[in-house]
Design a protein around this ligand. Structure first.
Ligand code: FER
Length: 354
């Protein structure tokens, strides 16, 4: 199924969602920054929070009120975006066996180094079966442990519960280290040179990591079985990689994508841009993803309205995608849980139509 720039009709709070949309640019980023001084200072002091979506406001949305407002029955197969990942999908269920993260390494010809990744294999992973794979990209200052080391993102539960319900196939999740530098001492930061290894990750992923995963694990190959998602810096690279290599990834979700795909200046740095605004499109005649989601919290204190601006550029340039906002979510796990849930839900729906 293909979508033409769907501004998703969300199940809840569509009106609030519209009001929450800020105008793009320095001014709105600054305004957001003033409003969230305390939270933001905490964010800046804790680099890990950038990488994995841990934010001060995180627990607010998992309130009892929210839980009780959610439908008690299980997963309903349709193609509607649900702003919040249902608590039934993040819950640890007694009758479900969840996978565990392990760590592996591969030699990256791109970087000339041995590099690490975390991998979530289904609980009953068997070499007699083959599984689809999600490549999940962390935020700035992160590494291959950013997602696996944060149990509050509920990745294991969301994948495990949706597979247990029969909505999706059991799926392998690979969390790479996205900082693809050939200098083991290079450090990420908010300047052009320090960001370059993130933009180099496309080469490491396509030429080194994907062949490694496909040769070492029982994975289904091809775009219909290869998914890509990322948070913040990982969301930015998710969009960039998808536009460059749309034939490789059938199902994609960019969560709270960071600025810098196209030229801009935000409160952190000036971005030369990976591509021009005109290039924010799929090449003529390209095979494009079946599902391409771009989403962000309405209260994102780090990337502000940049994800919305990506949606607007893609729409202007005729690139199919789904855009939605997560009401009240900051730069945090609420956005991550929502994005991952909706990605899997769209995969479930799309595959059920085939
Ligand atoms: C920026 C703003 C946000 C930026 C990166 C981020 C490289 C990433 C944030 C994150 O990953 O959480 O200007 O420039």
């Amino acid at each position: 199924m293909k979508y033409r720039s769907i501004c998703a009709a969300v199940l809840t709070a569509a009106l609030i969602c519209g009001c929450g949309a800020n105008t793009q640019g320095e001014e709105s980023m600054e305004a957001a920054s003033e409003k969230t001084t305390v939270a933001e200072t905490t964010e800046m002091e804790n680099k890990e929070s950038f990488a994995s979506g841990i934010a001060a406001s995180e627990d607010s949305a998992d309130s009892a009120a929210e839980a009780s407002s959610q439908e008690a029955e299980g997963f309903v197969l349709n193609n509607e975006i649900e702003e919040r990942c249902p608590v039934t999908m993040t819950a640890t269920r007694g009758d479900v066996k969840y996978g565990e993260f392990t760590h592996g390494t591969y030699f990256s010809n791109t970087c000339g180094l041995e590099r690490g990744y975390s991998i979530l294999l289904p609980a009953d992973y068997s070499t007699d079966k083959k599984y689809p794979v999600l490549y999940l990209l962390h935020g700035i200052f992160g590494n291959e442990y950013s997602f696996s080391g944060d149990s509050s993102n509920k990745i294991k539960e969301i994948v495990g519960n949706m597979a247990a319900e029969g909505a999706i196939e059991e799926t392998i999740v690979v969390c790479p280290n996205m900082y693809a530098s050939s200098d083991p001492n290079q450090q990420p930061g908010f300047d052009a040179e320090s960001v370059l290894p993130y933009d180099n990750f496309i080469n490491d992923l396509v030429n080194d990591l994907m062949p490694h995963i496909e040769s070492q694990y029982c994975v289904l190959t091809g775009r219909e079985n290869t998914y890509l998602a990322g948070f913040s810096m990982g969301g930015r690279e998710t969009i960039f990689i998808t536009l460059q290599r749309p034939e490789l990834f059938g199902y994609v979700c960019a969560i709270s994508a960071a600025p810098g795909i196209v030229p801009t200046k935000d409160k952190f740095m000036t971005h030369e841009g990976q591509i021009s605004e005109e290039e924010m499109r799929f090449a003529e005649g390209a095979t494009t993803p079946e599902v391409f989601i771009i989403c962000c919290g309405t209260r994102d204190s780090v990337v502000g309205t940049y994800p919305k601006s990506y949606h607007e550029l893609l729409e202007k340039n005729g690139a199919d995608h789904i855009w939605y906002e997560v009401t009240g979510a900051d730069h945090d796990n609420n956005a991550i849980k929502s994005g991952l849930y909706n990605l899997f839900k769209q995969i479930a729906y799309d595959k059920a139509q085939q």
